[in-house]
Ligand binder design. Structure first.
Ligand SMILES: NC(=O)c1ccc[n+]([C@@H]2O[C@H](COP(=O)([O-])OP(=O)(O)OC[C@H]3O[C@@H](n4cnc5c(N)ncnc54)[C@H](OP(=O)(O)O)[C@@H]3O)[C@@H](O)[C@H]2O)c1
Length: 174
């Protein structure tokens, strides 16, 4: 099983404003920067409850028929939108990975700041693709948080896009 992160941050490392707003992201996802190609390799998504609540407010469910696992310590409080393949559960990162591996999933997309932090802490993410948007927000919801010990990454490549997006890919050593 492999798990990856594909996320956009402000230059100062935030994934949303403090109130969750994403208005600082380039409109319509911005210049193509590999999202569709990445999504084509993903078997299932694992997202945090807060990211779930954000996407519920989008005009359209953004994940099509891809299986989506939503993590919450209060799963009974939430309902999967009709017509989606979405399951809301309370589980540790290791339990999620085991459960999806049994179902034959080979590549997971982990999304949401706290959720990414928990999967990283559990050693269950192998690749990070971070697209920096050239804006400084000053405050907001961070991609990373406190860590028990330094997490050293291997830089794979960095791509700069004409619109100003700068995308870096890192491998997380086992
Ligand atoms: N810039 C981008 O590309 C991007 C991408 C994704 C998300 N976002 C934004 O980021 C914000 C959300 O990020 P966030 O860091 O606040 O939160 P998040 O990771 O989306 O959600 C955190 C919540 O997920 C649940 N959770 C996570 N791991 C769990 C586990 N192992 N077991 C049980 N529950 C678990 C908990 O829900 P409960 O509190 O219910 O227990 C926790 O409070 C949103 O505003 C979203 O729009 C931005």
């Amino acid at each position: 099983m492999k798990a990856s992160v594909f996320i956009a941050t402000s230059l100062d490392g935030f994934i949303a404003r403090s109130d969750g707003a994403l208005d600082w992201l380039p409109e319509g996802g911005g210049e193509p920067h590999g999202y569709l190609e990445f999504m084509a390799t993903v078997d299932a998504l694992v997202i945090g409850r807060k990211t779930f609540e954000t996407v519920l407010a989008f005009p359209e469910w953004p994940y099509g028929t891809k299986p989506v696992i939503v993590l919450s310590s209060h799963p009974a409080n939430f309902e999967a939108p009709p017509g989606t393949v979405c399951t809301i559960i309370d589980a540790t990162p290791a339990e999620v990975v085991d459960r999806l591996a049994v179902q034959g999933m080979g590549h997971l997309y982990i999304d949401g700041g706290v959720t990414i932090q928990r999967f990283l802490a559990a050693g269950l993410i192998q690749r990070l693709i971070i697209t920096r948007v050239p804006v400084v927000l000053g405050t907001g919801i961070p991609l990373f948080g406190p860590v028990a010990r330094d997490l050293r990454l291997t830089h794979v490549t960095t791509r700069a896009y004409p619109s100003g997006l700068v995308q870096s890919e890192y491998r997380v050593p086992a």
